[in-house]
Design a protein around this ligand. Sequence first.
Ligand code: CO
Length: 296
Amino acid sequence: MDSKEKENWLLAGRIGKEARETGIKLAVPGSTLISIAEAIEGKIKDMGAKPSFPPNLSINQIAAHYTPRFQDDITLKKGDVLKIDVGASVDGFLSDTAATVAVGERDTELITAARDALQAAIEIARPGLDVNEIGRVIENKIKSRGFSPIVNLGGHGVGRYDLHEEGFIPNISGSYSRPLKKEGAIAIEPFATTGGGYVVDSSEVQILGFVETRPVRSAMGREILGFIEKEYNSLPFAKRWIIGKFGKVAELELRSLVSAGALTEFNVLKERDNGLVAQFEHTLLFDGETVTVTTA
Ligand code: CO
């Protein structure tokens, strides 16, 4: 890997870490989710990067993919289990990192289980390792504390402008056997739950992604699609960002763009049994035999 490329991966990681820590500091009872999201986005921009995806601020039984709505009014309450999942893009070099906070309280056993699972996975991660080994240590750590890993969420490769590159990294053993990539970035993200360990789509969507240019009848639809392609490339974006720029009418246009196949939706993911969910995530960079946790 050339040195400029490596520098960009590391910088994206550093900015992702700062964004995550910004979110953690603000996660106190009475804070609004929107104020936390905007502070995270501001931090990323101040450090010269762009979000690699909208900050995911998912509470309790919501596992992932919730970013605040336009004019969102959700306020954190003491005891909420808040997942803060964020990342930065430096010229398409990405980071992806998450932490979980028990709002206004000390870490719960569930949170410790997810954090320990990530730590154990990082300790064995190296280029070419069978992903089944990662799944095994994550599953063991989470089950040893009496919780379940979420089986249909997991880590992934990270490529340039490609947040979820192929190469699923399971949170259980026995489902996938495949070597980790030899060079480049991956994200490891264990999820622990008090439920059965399976997430399902809810009907709500706050995050979308560009798929391809399609013929669009409405002039505003064309304008919005052009903006999305230029501004976010293939990276996910928030409905709220588009409504903030184009006004409330953009909501209808986004729906048409989804129907036309120009955009795709990321539904808010909920634990099927309404179990509480905790998650931790780091991005790792493989360069030769060197393994660097870029978001640590
Ligand atoms: Co991820």
